[in-house]
Design a protein around this ligand. Sequence first.
Ligand code: ZN
Length: 489
Amino acid sequence: MQNTLYIYNSLTRKKELFVPLHPPFAGLYVCGPTVYSDTHLGHARPAITFDLLFRYLTHLGYKVRYVRNITDVGHLENDADEGEDKIQKKARLEHLEPMEVVQKYMNNFHKNMEKLNTLAPSIEPRATGHIIEQQEFIKSILKNGYAYEVNGSVYFDISKYSEKYPYGKLSGRVLEDLKGNLRELEGQEEKRNPFDFALWKKASPEHLMQWPSPWGNGFPGWHIECSVMSTKYLGETFDIHGGGMDLRFPHHECEIAQSTAALGKESVKYWIHNNMITINGQKMARSLGNFITLDQLFSGNHSTLKQAYDPMTIRFFILQAHYRSTIDFSNEALQSAEKGLRKLMQAANTLKKINPETSSTVDITSLKTKCYEAMDDDLNSPVLLSHLFEGVKIINSVNDGLEKINNEDLELLKNIFQIFVFDVLGLKDQTDTDIDEELTENLISIIINLRQDAKNRKEWEISDKIREDLKKTGIVLKDKKDGVEWERE
Ligand code: ZN
């Protein structure tokens, strides 16, 4: 197994050689979405970043267990300990059951993840499915003296924790700064210190999602689910924890504190964070009118969009930037990504048709080495793409008769494209599916016309057989007054 992958660890703030705790196994936990609205552009970046990591680790031969959670309770409106539960609020506004809200937006998330060609995680645990485990975890924190109960709620005691462990090591925030920055929020008076955070919240009688607990009826805080589900499925210590940079504080900082307080040790070896997306230089926000969902992006149905963009264009565009750089969406940038992707896919198709010569004038071996070096350097996808475009240049030159390639080099070049374009970057030729659709349409209309000819000759047996045989393949014909329509069963 190749082991020259360096990844940037947000905890130590440097690139480190990836050495898993239990090779050949690699554990990867990524914070997934809170499912209360349609999947938006902001979800696409972590999904693609960690899909790239998952794909590359798998390619290197690791047996990766990739766990990505679904937050379906406990994430309150202001991302802190006050305000309405985001899912409950949506349920109230849409007159749905909270679990209907969860199902609806989880389905939307899965549909869009599939369009972006991200591989499904190995396990996708939900917070509401792990209430008992969360209570057990909170009990351990209480037992170890790092939490306290007030009036049916349980809070994490940061002052107590800071006596023994460094709180703020991931985000670089110092407790003194935190004290100064906090606004006086309603309901904070229960806490011993305003920067303490909720592990369990007492539920008011009208609160829709609540469970019995040793502290009375309530619901878990937002951060505890990730400490619980990551260690449940990956072990008390595991390799990689990922998420968006916006989650470093408070979410991941709180996760570190919870796991350390409950288990007496840190759980995560490498913390990896992807940077944020801006739109025309602005942060994406509902209030700024530039909030774009993936459905809108794929259909072009949004005032800031000049056209629809293929999911693969979005994927390519995101991979064109290194995951730790910010990335700015604009129509111009997406249109140029669309062109770039087309050029890459055209070359991949040309490659299939090239015939080898007896000698080579091109150097393919060093190209493969450079591709691996780019990925080993903290998943440097933009540099990898620049090497793949060197490959595109070679393919086009060979195709134009300007260069020669022998069989060995040709196979190597095909291998490079298979590994890096398709397996690792997870790109695919969007036009393939479009062409298949068009071909199906055309073939079925030819068959319908043949059947009509048979009917005109009163050859009922043949016309019935055509209909029956089509039905067996899942195509249903409907005889209408003005012709025949068809649909998939
Ligand atoms: Zn999380």
